[in-house]
Design a protein around this ligand. Sequence first.
Ligand code: HEC
Length: 216
Amino acid sequence: MVSRFLQVVLANRALSIGAIGLAVGFLVGAGLIGLPPPFMLVLLIAFGLVTWAVYRWRTRALPVRPGPAPMRTVLSSAGIAALLVFAAAQAVPYGRAHANPPVTAEPDWANAETRALMVRACFDCHSNEVEWPWYSNIAPFSWAVTKHVDDGRSKVNYSEWDRPQRDADESFEEVENGSMPPGYYTLGGLHADARLTDEEMSTLLAGLQATPGLSD
Ligand code: HEC
């Protein structure tokens, strides 16, 4: 069943290119910008449908030919579709509001160094002092950034310490086991500030343990 499907895909260059495009789309979406799967799916499906529509429109005058589709027309249709989908994505309201609500209270930091390291490595997603990067104004990056901040704040917000922060006591563990900050955040030299040296890492871990509420 799967091999039959692969045979059909491989026999048709347009489908092969499409499959590679989808795979690359998923990798770029998931890995590079941390775009959540539902957003990725909607974008990729829109891209596929619009490519098909553009291709059909451009070849509407041609007689329907059996056999593989003309590759150049497929590729240029995909290019046009990418531009159209990108333009349409800018009209989506989600991801435009870059709110930084007031800071109401912070943990009783062990020392200034601990706070400074936390600001560098964590505050862009877990505080009300988020520095919104320029690309957070451009979809689909704006969707990814907004989702990270919304999810991050909902788990633990170091700027609203007057409210219960259920997952705050996992802070030490998350840093120690390397889950936080997430890999996509520092990928390709992005947010170089958040890449801590070994020395800074031990300082941060000691500081997290010495700050009430940030470890078990
Ligand atoms: C790029 C955004 C981002 C940065 C930077 C970031 N986090 Fe997170 N954090 C998240 C998101 C999104 C979640 C919730 C989803 C998840 O668990 O992956 C989360 C979850 C958490 C949780 C809850 C545990 C869990 O997995 O649900 C803790 C604790 C945490 N982060 C601490 C930190 C600390 C400490 C830093 C800095 C060293 C940090 N985070 C940096 C986005 C971020």
